[in-house]
Structures are given as structure tokens and as C-alpha cells.
Design a protein around this ligand. Structure first.
Ligand code: TXA
Ligand code: MG
Length: 313
């Protein structure tokens, strides 16, 4: 149910959960001051309690009360705000409730690039928000997607279709380096250009992943996805499937769900969750995925999301 900006602010201030638009994906928001509402986010999503949430702010000065230390490189990284970048800081434990951090001593923060949500945060103060989807499912990039997961009566601030279509990149700044915790709307290459030192990317999940969300099932439609490395593999496996998730030039006899032009990643990511959700709307059981694209720049983000969606982990 679409609500006005004023109504969204009032609901949030009274301890309700409201879906909000960002440039990446829709978020399921609660006020940082409303712990009961924050708890409710976990139960609405079916989100594991040990997966912490991102705090959304409207300006850099709001960071002060949330963090206990601002690592070097921060100024360079923050030049990418507002935008699809989340930075993990040592938390000010007093001002960021345990439930937001899932018991960690760090807090993830970002300034989203969406005029409505920036206005909203100025009215309400910091908003805690994970992506507005049921845990494990493809993220929501439109009001329709939010309503698919949480019902027609769920309050949503309508900001149109999400412009990027994929979540923020999550990084952690260290003394003289930085780590990539989750691929996202800014590529590793772009971050290296702006921040400077090359990242120490976490490719394998260690026993205690630094970004707890990485260990859970993610972005998965109900249907089974079979990743195909080449056009030949698609042709070989056509008899196993009822559709293909690919690009405008993918050759197939099956119905094609197109992510737009091959290797035009901004377009491909914009179309990604919309198409993953379409596969379930059409009740397809098995779908082939055309993975024959460059894995550099935002192609790495596209590959990451498709691999996770297919692996169901
Ligand atoms: O674009 C986005 O980031 C969207 C919009 C709504 O802002 N939000 C989003 O939130 O994708 P969520 O909850 O779906 O993903 C947040 C990721 C999870 O992988 C979580 O584990 C990680 O950020 N994270 C949150 N707090 C963290 C922390 N203190 N340390 C390490 N990772 C953290
Ligand atoms: Mg999510």
C-alpha cells in the first residue's frame, strides 16, 4: 500500500516498519530508536538473528554518533556517498543497539542516493534497513515486488523502480588497506581507483565470516537455475529446462528472459531481480542461465548474484 512521505515518517516514528526506496533495492526500514520495530524486521523477513543490518543516514555528520573510530581512507571512500557503498566501522556500542549489529562490535553504514529517502531520513533520523524481500529470495526493486513478499497492505514509500537494481557494495576499511565483504553496485575496480590501495578481497568464507550475511541462501527464485558457461551448453541442455535467463542475443528455442545487451552491466543489473521474480511468476521449474559474459567490473557483481541465486546458499 503506497503511503506519502509524511505518513511514512509518522509510521516510522511510531515504531512501525515501512518499505523505502533506494537507488539499489527497496529497504525494509525501522527507526534506529525503535528496537521493537527493528526486531519486527527480522521476523517479517524470516532473517537469521546473527545477520546485522545497515544503518542509513542522510549526511556524513550523522556518522559521528554511530561509530567509535573513523579509519583512514574514509574520506576517499565517502566521496562515493550518496551511492551504492556500505562501509563497516567500529561501532559506538552505546548508540547502536545490539540487535542492529547482531552482537558484533561493528556497524555498517551508508548514505543512499534517493531524494525521497534522503528527505525521509532528515525527518526521522537514521533508518535501519535490510533489503525488502523475504530472506533468501530475490531482492525487491519495485513496489510490486515488496507487495509480493509482504502483502498489499504493507506500507511502501513509492520511489519508482530502483535505478541500480542491485545492492550496495559492502567494504571494511583497515589500517592500510580495505576488504571487500560483498560485491555490489560499485565495482572493485572503481573502488580501487577511488580509495587507492587494492582490496584484500575475501573470496572464501572463513569460519566466522566478517559479513555474516554471506553465509546464507540469497537472491534465489523458487525455480532451479542451471548455469551455462557457453551458448553450446545452453543448446545441449535445452531439453532439461522451460526457459533461459540470458541476453538479447542469446540463441535459444525456449522462452528468453532477457537482461538486455550482453556485457552492458548497468542494464543487466537493473533487469536482474525483476527477471528472477518473473521466472517464479511464470511458475517455471527449471531455467538455464547464460553465464557467457565478462566477469570484470560490474560483471563480477552480476556473476556473484547469479551464482548465489543458483546455488541456493
Ligand atoms: O543496497 C543495500 O545495501 C540495501 C539497501 C536497502 O540499502 N540493503 C541491503 O541490506 O542489501 P541486507 O541486509 O540485505 O544486506 C546487508 C549486508 C549483509 O550481508 C550483512 O551481513 C552485511 O551487509 N552487514 C551488515 N552489518 C554488518 C557488519 N557490522 N559487519 C559486516 N557485515 C555487515
Ligand atoms: Mg538482502
Amino acid at each position: 500500500m503506497k503511503v506519502s512521505l509524511e505518513k511514512a515518517a509518522a509510521l516510522l516514528s511510531h515504531g512501525e516498519v515501512v518499505a523505502i526506496p533506494t537507488e539499489t533495492v527497496y529497504g525494509l526500514a525501522a527507526s534506529l530508536k525503535q528496537e521493537t520495530a527493528i526486531q519486527k524486521i527480522f521476523s517479517l523477513k524470516g532473517r537469521p538473528q546473527d545477520n546485522p543490518l545497515i544503518v542509513h543516514i542522510a549526511d556524513v555528520k550523522s556518522l559521528k554518533v554511530l561509530v567509535s573510530d573513523v579509519p583512514c581512507f574514509f574520506d576517499k571512500a565517502a566521496s562515493l556517498w550518496p551511492g551504492p557503498l556500505t562501509i563497516v566501522f567500529p561501532a559506538n556500542l552505546k548508540n547502536v543497539p545490539d540487535v542492529v549489529r547482531a552482537g558484533l562490535d561493528t556497524v555498517a553504514v551508508r548514505i543512499p542516493f534517493h531524494p525521497l529517502t534522503l528527505k525521509l531520513i532528515k525527518m526521522t533520523g537514521p533508518l535501519v534497513a535490510p533489503s525488502a524481500n523475504l530472506s533468501g529470495s530475490p531482492s525487491a526493486t519495485s513496489v510490486k515486488h515488496v507487495e509480493q513478499d509482504f502483502g498489499q497492505n504493507f506500507p511502501v514509500l513509492d520511489g519508482g523502480r530502483a535505478e541500480k537494481g542491485v545492492e550496495s557494495t559492502v567494504i571494511r576499511l583497515h589500517g592500510n588497506s580495505w576488504e571487500l565483504l560483498r560485491e555490489g553496485g560499485y565495482s572493485e575496480e572503481r573502488l580501487s581507483e577511488v580509495i587507492g590501495r587494492g582490496p584484500v578481497a575475501i573470496k572464501n568464507q572463513d569460519e566466522k565470516p566478517r559479513s555474516p550475511g554471506m553465509k546464507y541462501r540469497h537472491y534465489s527464485p523458487k525455480c532451479q537455475l542451471i548455469l551455462c558457461a557457453s551458448q553450446e551448453e545452453i543448446q545441449e541442455k535445452e531439453n532439461l529446462a522451460r526457459g533461459v535467463l540470458g541476453f538479447s542475443d542469446t540463441q535459444t528455442q525456449l522462452p528468453l528472459f532477457s537482461l538486455g545487451k550482453r556485457n552492458v552491466f548497468s542494464e543487466n543489473l537493473y533487469e536482474l531481480y525483476h527477471n528472477l521474480r518473473q521466472l517464479d511468476e511464470k511458475q517455471l521449474r527449471v531455467v538455464l542461465v547464460d553465464m557467457d559474459f565478462d566477469k570484470t567490473e560490474l560483471g563480477a557483481t552480476l556473476a556473484n548474484r547469479l551464482e548465489k541465486a543458483a546455488a541456493k546458499l
